[in-house]
Write a protein that binds this ligand. Structure first.
Ligand SMILES: [Zn+2]
Ligand SMILES: [Zn+2]
Length: 84
């Protein structure tokens, strides 16, 4: 009886990896399977930087509309919680 299946038996689609945000140079670990969450996947396919909420992928990427939504939500939350 084998406890652990050989590596090739697993279908590894996404593994956590280190990503450096090109915008703020923040280095973070990706979280596979977490969509629309910081360090998770954006709908555009890029990784979401937990620092600036920018979408980042390995390659160049144009501005993402989802990212603007996230930033607006974050700002609204900060306004609610923050002093003022
Ligand atoms: Zn995006
Ligand atoms: Zn960033």
């Amino acid at each position: 009886m084998r406890r652990i299946a050989p590596a090739e038996d697993f279908e590894i689609l996404e593994t956590a990896s280190q990503v450096v945000c090109a915008r703020c140079q923040f280095s973070f670990r990706t979280k596979p399977g977490l969509g629309e969450k910081p360090a998770g996947r954006c709908e555009c396919g890029g990784w979401i930087c937990p620092s600036c909420l920018d979408c980042r992928d390995a390659g160049e990427q144009s501005r993402c509309l989802k990212q603007r939504k996230r930033l607006a939500r974050k700002l609204a939350l900060q306004k609610k919680v923050g002093v003022g």
